[in-house]
Design a protein around this ligand. Structure first.
Ligand code: BMA
Length: 364
């Protein structure tokens, strides 16, 4: 899809809702304010660049346990700019662990989210919770009764509501020194079109999946009264064989603010470009129809194997779509090949420097 009127119709609708139908500025919730900002950026054709765990570790370093500053980042070391979007994962908060599944201390994650907000950035959370029925991890798909077991009436319902309470407590605690709630994009139950997480396609019915979303939203927003969350829906791109697949388990316009997808460059360049185009077309049409903002919620090429991946592959793939942000996955410090952003000396470094200078790409 080229830059036609379509995206602007959608953005106009979003801006209209936020500026006319929405609350006056003084009554705006932190979530409204973030949505307004995202709509504004999308209206200007700007795309924010994001990186998962950027302040927690990089290809060759890890934040010290006693650190109090969040200024190190492989993206910054390479380009002199910080990612505009900072992604993190809540996995482990449900267990009451001090650190998440990738060994980031939650207290660092909280403080880094506040620091990132004060730097002008946007924070997003995914969640890879443990399996509440089997005791395994998020990837334990040995039972197709897990979602059923946590819905009201299920044997693990009470346990799971406790897990949601841990998530809410943590996200609510992300406040500035003045007590201002930091707005957060919350992206639960992602990649559900595949069957590798216990909430995936073959592991629950459409009704159960939607009920899971409704229960999550109802708890956070209605029962806890949280006002800082922007809700993002993100199927996996690989399964989007037809537009209907995208919306099949969509939980509803009332509880979703932003629509996206996760798409990785695992095979050939052509395959990635085709997959991105397909997912972007489907998501853009869906976003327009439902008056939602859109994003590429996860992407990347592991080990950034193409020297000009940024300007010759990623940018051409997204440039004609009104995406609020594009987030690349983490640079693990304990797996030599598991990185998606460059670092000094990495072969795509020079190209990344060109990418961050593109006028409509936003970093901080
Ligand atoms: C996956 C991998 C894992 C990680 C998980 C959650 O894609 O990066 O190593 O634990 O995301 O961050």
């Amino acid at each position: 899809m080229k830059n036609t009127l379509k995206p602007f119709t959608m953005i106009a609708a979003a801006i209209l809702t936020l500026s006319c139908g929405g609350p006056a500025e003084s009554d705006q919730t932190p979530a409204d304010a973030l949505l307004g900002r995202l709509a504004g950026l999308a209206g200007e054709g700007k795309i924010m660049f994001g990186h998962q765990d950027t302040y927690m570790y990089g290809h060759t370093w890890k934040l010290a346990d006693d650190a109090t500053e969040y200024t190190q980042s492989d993206v910054y070391a390479t380009s002199g700019k910080y990612p505009a979007v900072y992604g993190m994962d809540l996995g482990g908060i449900e267990m009451g662990w001090p650190a998440n599944l990738d060994k980031n201390l939650f207290e660092h994650m909280r403080a880094a989210a506040v620091a990132h907000h004060e730097r002008g950035g946007v924070t997003t959370f995914s969640w890879h919770p443990r399996n509440p029925l089997t005791g395994g991890d998020a990837w334990d798909v040995s039972s197709d009764q897990v979602v059923a077991s946590i819905l009201p009436g299920g044997e693990k319902h009470e346990l799971f509501m406790g897990w949601l309470s841990n998530v809410a407590d943590f996200m609510e605690s992300i406040k500035t020194a003045d007590g201002e709630q930091v707005p957060l994009i919350f992206r639960p139950w992602h990649e559900h079109t595949g069957s590798w997480f216990w909430w995936g396609q073959k592991l629950c019915t459409t009704e159960q999946y939607k009920a899971l979303w409704e229960m999550t939203y109802d708890y956070m927003v209605n029962q806890r009264g949280m006002t800082g969350l922007v809700w993002a829906y993100s199927p996996g791109a690989g399964e989007l064989s037809a537009p209907e697949v995208y919306g099949e388990r969509y939980p509803g316009d009332e509880i979703v603010d932003m629509v996206g997808f996760d798409c990785y460059h695992g095979g050939s360049k052509e395959r990635y470009m085709t997959s991105m185009k397909n997912a972007l077309e489907i998501t853009a049409a869906f976003a327009q129809e439902h008056g939602k903002l859109m994003a590429v919620t996860e992407t990347g090429c592991e080990s950034v194997k193409e020297p000009a991946w940024w300007t010759e592959i990623l940018y051409p793939a997204v440039k004609d779509y009104p995406v609020s942000y594009v987030l690349v996955w983490r640079n693990a410090c304990d797996q030599p090949n598991h990185y998606y952003a460059p670092f000094p000396g990495q072969q795509s470094e020079e190209d990344f420097k060109k990418f961050v200078e593109i006028e409509n790409i936003v970093l901080l």
